[in-house]
Design a protein around this ligand. Structure first.
Ligand SMILES: [Zn+2]
Length: 69
């Protein structure tokens, strides 16, 4: 593995951790994963911290976050 590839992997890891840290500030609907603050949700009214979401939902949100930032 070249030096650049290693660097790239490190950068990815850092942004991923940043995403998790950032996402952990809010609460999310456990059905549609909308943030509580968004006001538009499936109205199930069941919000949980980011850490309590399903693994696959967390992954999707992290990917979404990294795409947007
Ligand atoms: Zn919802």
């Amino acid at each position: 593995m070249g030096r650049n590839a290693r660097m790239e992997r490190m950068i990815k890891l850092v942004t991923r951790e940043n995403a998790i840290k950032d996402l952990s500030h809010g609460e999310y609907c456990c059905y549609c994963c909308e943030p509580k603050t968004s006001g538009s949700c499936c109205y199930e009214n069941h919000f949980v911290p980011f850490q309590d979401l399903y693994e696959e939902d967390k992954e999707a949100m992290i990917e979404e976050y990294l795409k947007d930032n």
